[in-house]
Ligand binder design. Structure first.
Ligand SMILES: NC(=O)c1ccc[n+]([C@@H]2O[C@H](COP(=O)([O-])OP(=O)(O)OC[C@H]3O[C@@H](n4cnc5c(N)ncnc54)[C@H](O)[C@@H]3O)[C@@H](O)[C@H]2O)c1
Length: 252
């Protein structure tokens, strides 16, 4: 029996990168998983099924309340409920570093619509299901950049600061329904878009690595243990918290 046997999970932004790693790891622990993204998640579903797990895919734009509601309805139809929501979808990997005054208002609004309001829309959509079941685990993906005050991604860093603030306030509102809300703040991680994109060259990656107590690059698999802990009953009395997993770069 896996640690999440009998549970039902949704992972957003799971077509690739870190989200795909969360989805496959949660499925490997026995949960049925709905994987969602604006891109096709079919390859991730195939990988989960090949490994003996259960998964379905859906196309979801987390910034649309209708789309978020349809995502939750699909999980309920397919599996009968939702116990775990991982709010991983974000505009991140394709962003380019810019001095704050060069960020256009439209780009600012797009980042906020997905990273902040998208998280809110998904929680809003899933909470009635969790409330009626008197159980839930919501894991909001933040970022270690908030604690570093990282420069040149002001919209992104601000959005992840809001995710941490949202996590704290939501935990106080949802505790009465036995719903835990925690955040996970990764350090710079070698997801597909970080590796293949143009924003992170070897110099930047090495500079980031040198800030760590554990002096190596961070891989998506480094985040899996923390997400499984926050998704499982091991963390049932923990809520409103932010776990930093970054090889000891920031300490808070
Ligand atoms: N990779 C890192 O260094 C790092 C560090 C700290 C935090 N994070 C966070 O971890 C998460 C995953 O990171 P990643 O590197 O895999 O990011 P990524 O940008 O490569 O992937 C994000 C995923 O979200 C999806 N997405 C974008 N807009 C969406 C929308 N409107 N609705 C639904 N899905 C949407 C994308 O299609 C993509 O599959 C993000 O929340 C990111 O902010 C990443």
């Amino acid at each position: 029996m896996g640690r999440l046997s009998g549970k039902i999970a949704i992972v957003t932004g799971a077509a690739q990168g870190i989200g795909a790693s969360y989805a496959t790891a949660i499925a490997a622990e026995g949960a049925k998983v709905l994987v969602s993204d604006i891109m096709s998640c079919d390859p991730v579903v195939e990988e989960i099924r090949k490994a003996g797990g259960e998964a379905v895919a859906t196309i979801t734009d987390v910034s649309s309340p209708e789309s978020a509601a349809a995502m939750v309805a699909k999980a309920v139809d397919a599996f009968g409920g939702v116990d775990i929501l991982v709010n991983n979808a974000a505009i991140f990997g394709k962003l380019t570093d810019k001095f704050f005054a060069d960020i256009e208002s439209l780009e600012w609004d797009n980042v906020m619509a997905v990273n902040v309001r998208g998280t809110f829309e998904c929680v809003k959509a899933v909470y009635p299901v969790m409330r009626d079941n008197n159980y839930g685990k919501i894991i909001n993906i933040a970022s270690g950049t908030v604690f570093k005050g990282a420069p040149n991604l002001l919209h992104y860093v601000t959005s992840k600061g809001a995710v941490i603030a949202m996590t704290r306030s939501l935990s106080r509102e949802l505790g009465q329904y036995n719903i835990c809300v925690n955040a996970l703040a990764p350090g710079l991680t070698m997801s597909e878009n970080v590796v293949a994109g143009s924003n992170y060259n070897a110099e930047k990656l090495d500079a980031n690595r040198s800030t760590r107590a554990l002096k190596r690059y961070q891989e998506p698999r480094d985040l899996v243990g923390a997400v499984l802990f926050l998704a499982s009953s091991d963390s049932d009395f923990m809520t409103g918290q932010t776990m930093v997993v970054d090889g000891g770069s920031v300490m808070h």
